[in-house]
Write a protein of this length. Structure first.
Length: 100
């Protein structure tokens, strides 16, 4: 689709995973990432979050992250980047960060 909803992430050794960036509602976008286990703990999610927040800021959009309640690493990243827990939707916890 235009624009892409999912983007591949690669490094010097190949495919690392993918990120999600798409409209969530009129005023916000949803971001997310799914990384190969070899990439866990390497800082990819932090750097990808930083980049995606930049895209959203340039678009003047709030940012939403949804994840399963057990996804502790995602919750930590959301908190580190100033997201607030705003509730649950379809069994997922929802974090939101206003456009900075």
């Amino acid at each position: 689709s235009e624009p892409p909803l999912i983007y591949a992430v690669e490094d010097g050794s190949g495919f690392v995973g993918y990120v999600i960036y798409h409209d969530y509602d009129e005023s916000s976008v949803e971001i997310g990432w799914v990384l190969a286990t070899r990439a866990w703990g390497q800082g990819y999610a932090t750097e990808l979050t930083r980049v995606l927040l930049g895209w959203a800021q340039a678009a003047g959009k709030d940012v939403v992250i949804e994840c399963v309640p057990e996804q502790v690493a995602t919750r930590r990243i959301a908190e580190r980047f100033g997201f607030s827990l705003v509730g649950e939707r379809d069994g997922l916890v929802v974090f939101r960060r206003p456009c900075a």
